[in-house]
Write a protein that binds this ligand. Structure first.
Ligand code: FBP
Length: 306
């Protein structure tokens, strides 16, 4: 595999990493229809844990089958497939080597009142399954945020030693934040920055809105305003990720219309984001519709359509 100059440049930003980790970042970046461009589309399927099986898969019952998601990610030409242990184990032999995988090593569920996640897999599992990375969620602002960050510190160090990459889902939530606050621009940029500080190679956040939530930050944003358009907001989050020296991808959220999602992708592309990590908006559509939508997203990231 001959790396593109773009991918070589991105790898050069990870100055402390060993060759194994760099090779795994390269594997993700070189895979699929966006291979070599520095942009990515990743399929995450941990919603069965987070929201339950019926809420996740009943809209498209084929998606109850773990093999469905491997095939979807491969056939759509995506960069990687991320899932908890059981989902990856269920297709491990059939799809070994077919697409880079990210083992989600912690998970939450909807039967808990606390904003926390259990560690549900290990770095050894990721190596055994041939994964390129571990994935870990932190909830900045939760009552458990510091424990989550400490768990991540330990797992990230172990993963890096083993030559794996680290993908961090940084989702602010907790007593200080209402629904608006969870995706406010200042909070989103703050969450992305903390993920970079903890040592994430790839940072995953929700798309930011125009709201500014933290009182202490309001004056700063008044003095240094971010233009009131989605692309400028994505660019602001990219800046918060070490001025673009860390890869940042944005999640898709609840199922929505294709036009809304594609407009968001256009703004991520224009703002210099590295791509999308889209679950429900992919697997809750029929396979045909999902392939069309993912293909359109990829075309935008390839600069093929306006
Ligand atoms: P979606 O594209 O389905 O939103 O997936 C992205 C994701 O981060 C999943 O990995 C995760 O299960 C889900 O969002 C969590 O969503 P929330 O915490 O908002 O319920």
């Amino acid at each position: 595999m001959k790396l593109t100059n773009k991918v070589r440049q991105i790898l050069s930003w990870y100055e402390s990493d060993n060759p194994g980790t760099k090779a795994n970042i390269a594997r993700i970046l070189m895979e699929g229809r966006l291979g070599g461009t520095g942009r990515m589309v990743i399929l995450p399927v941990d919603q069965g844990f987070e929201h339950g099986p019926a809420r996740s898969f009943a809209p498209n019952p084929e998606a109850y089958d773990p093999h469905y998601h491997f095939r979807l990610a491969i056939d759509a030409g995506l960069n990687a497939y991320a899932a908890p242990l059981g989902m990856l184990e269920a297709g491990a032999a059939t799809f070994a080597g077919s697409i880079p995988t990210i083992l989600k090593v912690n998970s939450s569920n909807s039967l808990s009142t606390t904003k926390d996640q259990a560690v549900t897999a290990t770095v050894a599992d990721a190596l055994r399954l041939g994964c390129s990375a571990i994935g870990f969620t932190i909830y900045p602002s939760s009552e458990y945020q510091f424990e989550m960050m400490e768990e991540l510190r330990e797992l990230a160090a172990e993963a890096k030693d083993a030559g794996l990459a680290v993908v961090v889902w940084s989702y602010p939530r907790g007593p200080m934040l209402d629904k608006t606050g969870e995706t406010a621009l200042d909070i989103c940029a703050y969450a992305a920055h903390m993920a970079a500080l903890i040592g994430a190679h790839i940072i995953k956040v929700k798309p930011p809105t125009a709201a500014i939530s933290l009182d202490a930050a309001k004056k700063t944003y008044e003095n240094s305003p971010v233009a009131d358009d989605a692309a400028a907001r994505f660019a602001h989050v990219v800046k918060a990720c070490f001025n673009g020296r860390r890869l940042v991808v944005f999640s898709g959220g609840e199922a929505k219309g294709s036009d809304a999602l594609l407009n968001e992708v256009r703004a991520i592309h224009a703002g210099g984001g590295n791509g999308s990590i889209v679950g429900r908006n992919a697997f809750q559509r029929s396979r045909e519709d999902a392939l069309k939508l993912l293909g359109d997203m990829i075309d935008i990231y390839r600069g093929k359509v306006a």
